[in-house]
Design a protein around this ligand. Sequence first.
Ligand code: DQA
Length: 141
Amino acid sequence: MKIVIINGPNLNLLGVREPEIYGSTTFESYLDQLRKDFPQFEINYFQSNNEGEIIDCIQREGFSADRIIINAGAYTHSSPAIADALSAVPAKAIEVHISNVFRREAFRHHSYLSPVVEGVICGFGLESYRMALSYIKDILI
Ligand code: DQA
């Protein structure tokens, strides 16, 4: 069972970036733990600060993955192109956010991705990713 986690711009700086909002854990160390906790999944991880590379990844992985978990960072609020890529592939996607975007600036309240994904998890820190994996485990296994 293949899961692809895609992180968008600035999420390579997790652990360093605004720790009061995003926490002080790097995504790589968190991912190690997720892989241990969900041995039934092959978890592929991709991060890019570039919109086109995220779209390429969705196109490359979206025909063979069982699910995509995507945190598109600020592209969430600006990219119909990423939404179109998610619509173009058979793999269903789950949108995640570390912070509760609805408690933050108004521009973060709109997501181009939400209408095309299976569901949205936001506001639980890095645990948002674990919740997405737990959901997938419950429905697919
Ligand atoms: C984010 C929320 C976005 O608004 C922001 O641009 C990010 C991270 C989150 O995970 O909380 O880069 O997607």
